[in-house]
Design a binder for this molecule. Sequence first.
Ligand code: PHE
Length: 340
Amino acid sequence: MLNKIKALKQEIESATAVTQDELEQYRLHFISKKGELTNLFQELKNIPTDKKREFGQALNEIKQLAQSKFRDLVSDLERKKSIPAGTDADLTLPAYDPVGSVHPITATRNRIIEIFKRIGFNVADGPEIEDDWHNFTALNFPPDHPAREMQDTFFIEKNPDILLRTHTSNVQIRLMKKQKPPIRAIMPGRVFRNEAISARAHCIFHQVEGLYVDENVSFKDLKATLFYFAKEMFGKSTKIRFRPSYFPFTEPSAEIDISCFICGGSGCNICKYTGWVEIAGSGMVHPNVLENCDTDSGKFTGFAFGMGIERIAMLKYQIKDLRLFTENDIRFLQQFKTMI
Ligand code: PHE
C-alpha cells in the first residue's frame, strides 16, 4: 500500500490542467468520492492495527496535497483565461504603481511654508547665482572679514564678483530693496558651499530664510514666532532656547535650539546627550543691513532667521545620512509616500 501512496503522490505532483475538462478529470480522479484517494482510505481497514496510524497519516498528507494542487490548478487556469488571445500579457499580476512620492525635502519645505503662512508670512524667492554684494557685502560682511570664511564659496572664475549663493540671506536684501516695510516673508531655496560630501555635509543643500521688518519688531517677536514654529513642527511639548552667537547681519544674534523631541530632554544620541538640538540661526536685523537696503533704521527694526531644510528633515524623520536625499534610492523615497 505504501507503494501505491508513493505512486499517487507522483501522479498528483506532475498533474496538469490546461482546460476546464482536464481540471474536472483531475478532480474526479483524485479527490471526488469515487476517486483514487477514497479507494485508498477504504483499504485502510485491511491494514494491521499497529500499522494503521502510519498509513492513516500518509493518506492524510496526500489528501492535503491533492487538495492544494487542485486549488493551484484552478487559479492557474483562471489566470490563463484572463490572458487575451494572441498575447502573453498576464493581467492578474499585481499592478505596478506608477504614482511617485513627494521628496522628503519638498515635503519638509512645504510643511515649513504652511506653518509660517498661517502666521502671515509670504513666500519669496531669489537667485541662486548671485553677486558678492547681495550675498555678503550688503549683509554687513566687510570685504576681508573672517565670517566669509565660514561659508566656503563657489566663485565664478571669469568674474569673481559672481558666486553661487552660500545662504538664502541674499533674498532678505533683494526683498528689502524692492519692498518697503512691513515685510514678513519666508524664502526657501537651494544654497551652495564648497564642502566635501559626507553623511553630514553636502555642497548643495536647502535653507529657509525668514524676515520680518516693521516698526517696533522686537526680539520678543522673534522668540514667539520661532517658538510657535517649533511646537507646530516638532510637537506641542517642544521647548526652545536661544544661545548667543554671531552673524554679521544680525545684532544681537542667537542660535536656536529645541528640546530633543526624541528623548524629551533626558539625553540620547540624536541630541548627543545634551537634551537640545540646534535648528536655526537668528537675530535682529543689523541697522547697517537696513540702511544698505534704504530702510530707515531709526524707524524700522526686524528679525531674521535661517534654517537648513535637510537638518529639519533629518531631525524630524531621524535620517542619519544626508546623502540619502540625493541618491534617489526608491526604497528610501517610497517611505515618504503618504506625505504631502
Ligand atoms: N545665513 C545664516 C547661515 O546660513 C543663517 C541666518 C539667517 C542667521 C538669518 C541669522 C539670520 O548660517
